[in-house]
Design a protein around this ligand. Structure first.
Ligand code: FES
Ligand SMILES: [Fe+2]
Length: 421
C-alpha cells in the first residue's frame, strides 16, 4: 500500500518556481529529438487487462479504497440537501449536509435490513430533517444516528440504538469538491492527493455550469487513457482541439498514488513571450498559455486553464467502470461560482462543444475493445509521450497489490515518479 506524506502544504498556490520549471520542460519537449536517455524501453501493456473479468473484479476491490469526487458544495446548499451517487456497481451512497453544516457520506442502506432511506437522485430531506427508510420506517438524523424505531417492543432489549446508525463512508471536502471513500481506514484525502492538492489551488470555488454523460462500450481504462495523452490530437481532433494546442510541447509529471499532471502549450505558444509574462506571475503565465490537466487517480481528469479575464475554468471528466467492456463517461464544465441565479449564458454551448470533443475522443474505443477481445492485439504499446498511460496501469497494480495481480497481466513498476519528500 502507498505511504502517506505530510510534506505538502495544501494551503499554498502552485509555487512560482514550479511554474518556471514547467516552462523549462515545455521548451525541452519542443526541442528534443528522441526520448530522454533515462527513459526505459517499457514493455507492452497486456491487453487482457482491458477485458479479463477476474482482473476487473480486482480493480473493483481497489476502487473501494480510492477517493472520488462526487460534486461540489454548491450542490448541497442547505442543511438537509443531499445527492445520491451510484457509481460502484453496488448499493448507492449519498452525501448530505447536516445540521452542523458538515457534509457526511453514508451508504443508502438502512441498518435494519438494508432498505433505501433515499430514492430521488438529489434533493432535500424536508422540514423534519430526517431520513426515513422506505420499508419499515426506521428514521435517521442527518448525522446518520438512529432517531426513530417503530415497533421497538418487538426487538430484543439488547438492541443498541447507538450502534444501529446508517453505515458511513468517508467524506471530505477539498476546495469545494466533495470526495468520498468507501474504505473507513483510507488515508486522509489531503495525503491521498499529495502534490495535486498542493498545486491545483485554482479549483477553489469552481462550480458546474452544465454536465453530460454517455455509456461507452469499452473498458474504463481505455476511456480515461484516451484522454491522458495528446499524441492523438492531430488525427482525432483536426477541427477542434488541434486548433488550440500543440502536443509536441506537452510536459508531463508522474506522481505517487497514481496521480499525474500534463501541461500542453497553446497552438501559437511563444516561449519568449510566456517567459516575459512569467516574470510577473509565472502561474498565470503558465495557465494562460497552456492547458493544465491532472489525473486524480484513478478516474478523474481536470483539463483547464486561465481565461483572458484572469479567471479559470476546468472540465471535470470522470470514467466509471460498469463492466469489463462498459463505462459511464461523465463531464462537468466548471467555472468560478457566479453566486445567485441561473448559470451564466452560453453554458449550454460550452457543454455542447465539450460533448463534441468527447465524441471525437471516444469514437474509436469500441473498435479497440473488440480488437482486444478478439485477440487481434495482445499488448498495447506506449511511447515516452504516453507514459501517463503506463503509469496509470502500474498504479492500478499497486492499488490492487502487485502480488495479487496474475503474472501474465502485470505491468512493470519501472517509471520513476516524483519523490514527495
Ligand atoms: S429495512 Fe429499513 S426499516 Fe426495515
Ligand atoms: Fe482528445
Amino acid at each position: 500500500m502507498f505511504e502517506t506524506s505530510e510534506s505538502y502544504d495544501s494551503g499554498l498556490p502552485m509555487k512560482p518556481e514550479t511554474a518556471r520549471r514547467i516552462l523549462d520542460e515545455v521548451d525541452y519537449e519542443f526541442e528534443r529529438k528522441a526520448p530522454p536517455e533515462w527513459y526505459p524501453d517499457v514493455p507492452r501493456i497486456p491487453a487482457a487487462r482491458y477485458s479479463d473479468p477476474d482482473f476487473f473484479a480486482l480493480e473493483q476491490q481497489a476502487f473501494r479504497k480510492c477517493w472520488f469526487t462526487v460534486g461540489t458544495v454548491h450542490e448541497l446548499p442547505e442543511v438537509g440537501s443531499y445527492k445520491l451517487v451510484d457509481r460502484w456497481n453496488g448499493a448507492a451512497i449519498f452525501v448530505v449536509r447536516g445540521e452542523d453544516n458538515e457534509i457526511r457520506g453514508f451508504w443508502n442502506a438502512c441498518a435494519h435490513r438494508g432498505g433505501p432511506v433515499l430514492t430521488g437522485e438529489d434533493g432535500h430531506c424536508g422540514v423534519e430533517q430526517r431520513l426515513q427508510c422506505a420499508i419499515h420506517s426506521w428514521t435517521y438524523g442527518l448525522d446518520g444516528k438512529l432517531v426513530g424505531l417503530p415497533g421497538r417492543r418487538d426487538f430484543h432489549e439488547n438492541l443498541d440504538r447507538n450502534a444501529a446508525g446508517l453505515p458511513a463512508v468517508r467524506c471530505e471536502v477539498w476546495r469545494g469538491f466533495i470526495f468520498v471513500n468507501l474504505d473507513l481506514d483510507a488515508p486522509d484525502l489531503i495525503d491521498w492527493l499529495g502534490p495535486v492538492a498542493d498545486e491545483a489551488t485554482w479549483f477553489d470555488g469552481l462550480r458546474s455550469v452544465g454536465s453530460s454523460s454517455f455509456v461507452l462500450n469499452c473498458n474504463w481504462k481505455l476511456a480515461i487513457e484516451a484522454n491522458i495523452e495528446v499524441y492523438h490530437v492531430t488525427t482525432v481532433h483536426p477541427d477542434t482541439v488541434a486548433l488550440t494546442i500543440d502536443y509536441r510541447g506537452s510536459a508531463e509529471e508522474l506522481y505517487q498514488r497514481g496521480h499525474s499532471r500534463m501541461i500542453v502549450p497553446d497552438k501559437d505558444y511563444d516561449s519568449q513571450k510566456t517567459r516575459k509574462a512569467a516574470e510577473d506571475d509565472p502561474v498565470f503565465a503558465l495557465m494562460r498559455n497552456s492547458n493544465v490537466s491532472y489525473l486524480m487517480f484513478p478516474n478523474h481528469l481536470t483539463p483547464g486553464g486561465a481565461r483572458a479575464d484572469g479567471t479559470v475554468s476546468m472540465t471535470l471528466q470522470s470514467f466509471w467502470p460498469i463492466s469489463p467492456n462498459q463505462t459511464l463517461s461523465e463531464w462537468s464544465v466548471m467555472v468560478p461560482d457566479w453566486g445567485e441565479g441561473p448559470p451564466p449564458e452560453k453554458s449550454s454551448a460550452v457543454v455542447d462543444g465539450y460533448t463534441r470533443i468527447m465524441h471525437e475522443d471516444t469514437g474509436y474505443l469500441e473498435h479497440v475493445q473488440k480488437a482486444i477481445e478478439s485477440g487481434a492485439i495482445k499488448g498495447l504499446l506506449t511511447s515516452y509521450h504516453e507514459r501517463r498511460v503506463y503509469h496509470h496501469e502500474a498504479s492500478i497494480d499497486r492499488m490492487i497489490g502487485v502480488e495479487h495481480v496474475p503474472e501474465h497481466l502485470r505491468v512493470q513498476q519501472i517509471l520513476p515518479v516524483v519523490d514527495e519528500n
